[in-house]
Design a protein around this ligand. Structure first.
Ligand code: TXA
Ligand code: MG
Length: 356
């Protein structure tokens, strides 16, 4: 697959205010939903990242999504619903404890992988007998799905391997590929949903996300994470991810020395001095707390946000990774952050971007 479709489609763009009334949103979305129900593709906001949505029951349209993304066909799509009832349409038998989990975490940035109902086509599940289901909390996502009358199959709207799209300005890259783009500006979390598989003896975390480990353990004490079989369970996680063109290096925070920012900055400056040269400049991806230390040394840096507000880093991370390419830097050095709370998901994405 090329990652680029050959078609040039007259894309219709709508800028929507998510704070509008449900009624006015539903009215504005009427033509979009009718197009999507009939096979159009739509880039739409969720509270995590922008999705590339399609009617899962129309095979040719689903195939367009794979082509546009350049996504391997064994990598399944998540199905998005707009009410709790949607779960029983998509999942074979919903066990009582799964309903409990759904009511705890939905609507919100959480995906559950369950055995699929027979009506869920294999062309959205990568041939698997399981399906990922998510009920997003974003009002535009909810209004769109409700109005479509079908669940929306949607991967993140980025090209495969690249950082996800989290702001209005990022949506330009799908202009000409899809029929509809719904721009709601910057999104709340900026990182993809937490994914939990409910297909084994114990719930298993397949992808960390905005619902943090701390929150999960309170409700799912027997949650399993990070085993050798994890990659096989979440096929998408084995592919290159979140990576800009630039080659990135990560300087981790030393364990037990979480507050030793000065030591971290010194190590980064030493690395910068080894790498940086006029025809291959290096940019440092830093935090608000450390930015001045680099600037005072004449080192170019971009802040991901404040360490005292890790959500600000989550929201900005993919934007900053994209910026490194836009500014033309071939190399970047990224500051590690603390792995508590949403920091665990932030570091998961940074590590993958660096590996890429
Ligand atoms: O926040 C999100 O989850 C965003 C928004 C648009 O909802 N969507 C998203 O989709 O991140 P995507 O396709 O980029 O990532 C979904 C991940 C992939 O790694 C995929 O392999 C995994 O979920 N996945 C989907 N269905 C699965 C299944 N049946 N079994 C195991 N993993 C599955
Ligand atoms: Mg993705």
């Amino acid at each position: 697959m090329t990652g680029q479709s050959n078609r040039v489609i007259p894309t219709q763009k709508l800028t929507l205010d998510e704070r509008g009334s449900a009624l006015s949103l539903s009215e504005a979305l009427k033509p979009v939903a009718s197009g999507v129900a009939n096979g159009d593709l739509v880039v739409f906001p969720t509270e995590t990242v922008y999705g590339l949505g399609v009617n899962p029951y129309i095979q040719a349209s689903v195939e367009r999504v794979y082509t546009i993304k350049g996504r391997p066909c064994d990598n399944p799509l998540i199905l998005h619903i707009a009410s709790m009832d949607g779960l029983s349409e998509l999942v074979d038998v919903v066990r009582d404890e799964w309903w409990d989990l759904a009511h705890r975490f939905w609507p919100g940035p959480m995906t559950f992988v369950c055995p699929k109902a027979s009506r869920v086509p294999l062309w959205v599940t990568g041939g698997r007998d399981t399906v990922g289901v998510r009920f997003p909390s974003h009002p535009v996502a909810q209004a769109l799905i409700s109005r479509c009358g079908v669940p929306l199959a949607a991967p993140s709207a980025n090209r495969s391997g690249k950082p996800s799209l989290t702001r209005g300005a990022h949506l330009e890259e799908l202009d000409g590929d899809v029929e509809w783009i719904l721009d709601c500006g910057e999104l709340d979390f900026g990182l993809e949903s937490t994914i939990i598989a409910l297909t084994g003896d114990h719930p298993r975390l397949l992808r960390p996300g905005p619902v943090t480990l701390e929150q999960l353990y309170q409700i799912i004490p027997d949650l399993e994470i990070g085993s050798a079989s994890q990659e096989a369970l979440a096929p998408g996680m084995k592919y290159r991810h979140y990576a800009p063109q630039a080659k990135l290096f990560l300087e981790e925070q030393e364990e037990g020395l979480q507050s030793d920012l000065l030591g971290l900055v010194k190590r980064i400056i030493a690395r910068f001095e080894q790498l940086d040269c006029p025809d291959k400049p290096v940019v440092v991806i830093c935090t608000d707390e450390t930015q001045r230390m680099y600037l005072s040394q004449g080192i170019t840096c971009i802040s991901m946000g404040s360490r005292s507000n890790p959500l600000s880093i989550a929201r900005k991370l993919f934007h900053v990774l994209r910026l490194v390419d836009e500014l033309g830097y071939p190399f970047g050095i990224v500051e590690g952050v603390e792995e508590s709370g949403i920091g665990f998901a932030i570091m998961n994405r940074i590590r993958k971007a660096v590996d890429g």
